[in-house]
Design a protein around this ligand. Sequence first.
Ligand SMILES: [Zn+2]
Length: 261
Amino acid sequence: MDNNQTIELCAFKMHEGLYFIGHEEVSVHLISTEEGIIILDTGYPFMQQLIIDNIYKMGFDPKNIIAIFHTHGHVDHFANTQKLVELSGAKTYISRIDNDILNGKVDLSWANELGWEHLPYFDCDVLLEDGDEFTFGSTKIKCILTPGHTAGVMSYVITLADGTVAAMHGGIGSNSMLSSFLRKYGLSSDCRIQFKEGLTKLAKEKVDIVLGNHPEQSKTLEKLIRVLNGDTDLRDPEEWDRFLAWNHRRIDKLMREEEPV
Ligand SMILES: [Zn+2]
């Protein structure tokens, strides 16, 4: 394939059992297991039909979704959850802390900031704590609490059926750690320290494939181009360390430039 050609991000198979089914603005991932399909985040409201179409395009049926995991309680990651539950009866998962954004106890969904009306409130079925682990057939999901971007960001380490480990930091955006934002909502800049601690926790994981809940964070388009060029093995044992180091640099810069609140 000609690399100069403009390629748009689209749904694709990243590894056996692992698929990108999101949009260039926000990621949605599908993990297929012997027990059914797992969805990781559900995107913006405008992505509803795209996600459903992409599930079919990858060879699956939305009615077989058994679990929906969320990285955090911002509207761009949970807007289509209720629709997918309606189609499948899937169980929903989020950190206990960020569930209070979904159910409206805490008004930090970013619906306003991101230009959307507030969505109907709901509670997830399973409220996650740091260190929780789940098994779906031969796929395992470990939950690691990494606050900062929100108080309840959950990162996921996913061991696929063949032993390959994919992992996603659940929220690296620094917009919610800026002094102006923290002041507006009466929050503390301790979230920046917590973000750094989360990166240190994640460094203990050995990861083969880095996922991002926004595609640009984990070079998803580059991964698609590699696949289109015939490279079916996206494993890179050093990518996780590079990703974490980049995030340390980003938060250190923010802490130098933004006064504590
Ligand atoms: Zn967010």
